[in-house]
Design a protein around this ligand. Sequence first.
Ligand SMILES: *[C@@H]1O[C@H](CO)[C@@H](O)[C@H](O)[C@H]1NC(C)=O
Ligand SMILES: *[C@@H]1O[C@H](CO)[C@@H](O)[C@H](O)[C@H]1NC(C)=O
Ligand SMILES: *[C@@H]1O[C@H](CO)[C@@H](O)[C@H](O)[C@H]1NC(C)=O
Length: 359
Amino acid sequence: MKRAFKILLFLACSIVFLEAVEAKFPVPKIEFNPKSMICPFTEQKINVDGADSEAVWDKAPWSDTFVDIEGAAKPLPYLDTKVKMLWDNEYLYIFADMEELHLTAKLTQRDDIIFRDNDFEIFIDPDGDTHNYYELEINALNTVWDLLLLNPYRDNGQLAYDSWDIQGLKTAVKLNGTLNDPNDIDEGWSVEIAIPWKVLEEGTTKKCPPRSGDVWRMNFSRVQWDFDIQEGSYVKKDSPEHNWVWSPQGLIAMHYPEMWGFVHFTKRVNVSSVDLSISDADKNKWILRQFYYAQKEYWEINHKFAMKIDELIKLFPNLKPYKGLVLLQSTESLYEFIYKPDNVVYHLTQDGLIWETEN
Ligand SMILES: *[C@@H]1O[C@H](CO)[C@@H](O)[C@H](O)[C@H]1NC(C)=O
Ligand SMILES: *[C@@H]1O[C@H](CO)[C@@H](O)[C@H](O)[C@H]1NC(C)=O
Ligand SMILES: *[C@@H]1O[C@H](CO)[C@@H](O)[C@H](O)[C@H]1NC(C)=O
């Protein structure tokens, strides 16, 4: 009985997050179970006007209602947010619907730091290698901040290109209420966005437009501030913002692309026949990612990376050796993990980049 329990426990823990005592390097504190959603193909032209009035939008399934970025440990957002998507041969379309009692926005310049207003945000890492990803933020004035990140801030950070712009981007917002007027209660706002494949294809080896059946890593989030009403104006409260997301990160940081959701592009008419389960490849990458987190923590403590997997396992009792997983090291600051569970080889290097090759 006891043994059976242990085996069960082992299975349940085989893909868990690292549980380092007093870890210095932040890791997601939730199970690896990112959300999935379907992005159907549209034959109908989409007019980007902020409204989902084209009939084809009714065929795009809504995402789950957004949750707190830290996951189920935190209360549900007090305003609903949901999103849906479509694609055709020219554009990826995103539509977000947001409940809002007090519509407010101030920023008007392209590439302003839009999350200082309430906003809606999109993150796209087409190939899921956690490098070369796109971010777009938009407020209720239809002001956009679009940027390109060569890698997450945790991996030699600061490689964010604000001056990079999405050529041919189309955005529109539709307000159901009055902007910057605290004298009434508003209903909400919606955002409609079209991103040309021509721009998205530059940072990835994935096909653009995708093939039916392709899966991309993406996430959506909504930053929401609390406001006081003073002398007829909204004044931001001196309290941290809310971060409401489609797929919870398990920590307060969006720049963990391995936690983003899975978007399934399809040309199928019956979209419910698409298999949304997480692939073995993504589960295997998540295993490697645990060793990356462990190396990050090891670096925090020792200012160099571990040379042997045993050193990491000593530091993190939750980590266990995997057959076919080896650590190659050339210097104290360079390493590569290689994992060969089957006929695919997964690679992860010290800069967080993850990719696969054939065995
Ligand atoms: C505005 O919100 C109200 C209440 O939710 C809804 O009945 C109405 O249809 C909305 N108007 C528009 C233009 O979306
Ligand atoms: C992204 O997506 C994941 C998976 O659905 C979700 O858990 C997470 O909170 C989302 N938010 C961010 C900021 O990545
Ligand atoms: C759509 O696919 C689902 C799941 O495969 C199936 O149960 C359902 O019968 C299909 N619907 C139609 C109209 O074919």
